[in-house]
Design a protein around this ligand. Structure first.
Ligand code: SAH
Ligand code: MG
Length: 207
């Protein structure tokens, strides 16, 4: 899948947690699934993965709906492992990734291809009545919230569509287990394996 080098440069310059190989696999999955419906992302952060999904959706004449409260996950808070002081709003000392995400989308010329939703992911999921070609789960990795995200968003995946889950680590020494549990739950609930790259897992809802 040929990707515009200028887009890849913007992806690389955008803060985030998606390695190149997994990002390309996510892009390819979204290209394949977007003809079935819009692409939903849970966990915008600064828009790194949103850029890839938006490029893929646009090829199918679709859009991305990306959801985040933009206050960061547990591990992004001050004093935690993945805290980035550059993302703190000086007005109130809290994390605010929204302006960074908007800047990334504008720089890539993808503002019209993305609906940015600011809010709690499971709440938005329960309000969302539509179908999605692909749902990408990359929000909270705390067990309860990750399970709530799955419960809220998995039903939206269209028949034949894909659910993508990030940070799936079968070995607890490699990372937290919530995304792994969500992946196993998806398989137990009828999704079928549809690919893997690094810690990215793809499963498909049977058509
Ligand atoms: N997809 C991004 C990384 C997302 S990091 C990338 O690969 O670059 C996870 C994001 O989930 C954070 O921005 C955090 O604010 C968001 N998040 C965590 N819990 C959330 C919740 N309950 N509702 C909405 N967003 C949440
Ligand atoms: Mg991730």
């Amino acid at each position: 899948m040929a990707l515009d080098p200028a887009l890849l440069d913007l992806v690389a310059a955008t803060p985030g947690f998606m390695p190149d190989d997994e990002g390309l696999a996510l892009h390819a999955a979204a290209v394949a699934a977007a003809p079935l419906g819009p692409v939903v992302e849970v966990g915008t952060y600064c828009g790194r993965t949103t850029l890839l999904l938006a490029d893929a959706a646009r090829r199918a004449g679709q859009v991305v709906v990306t959801v985040d409260h933009h206050r960061g996950s547990e591990e992004h808070q001050p004093g935690w492992e993945y805290h980035d002081p550059a993302l703190v709003d000086p007005a109130d000392g809290r994390l605010d990734t929204l302006p960074h995400a908007r800047r990334a989308l504008a720089a890539a010329g993808l503002e019209d291809d993305v609906v940015v939703v600011v809010g709690r992911s499971d709440l938005v999921g329960r309000l969302w009545g539509g179908r999605a070609g692909l749902v990408f789960l990359d929000g909270s990795h705390v067990e309860d919230q990750a399970q709530r995200d799955y419960a809220a968003w998995a039903p939206a995946v269209a028949p034949g569509g894909l659910l993508a889950i990030h940070d799936v680590f079968p070995d607890p020494r490699d990372g937290g287990q919530a995304p792994h549990h969500v992946w196993r739950r998806a398989l137990a609930e009828g999704f079928t394996p549809a690919g893997a790259q690094g810690s990215l897992r793809l499963v498909r809802r049977p058509a």
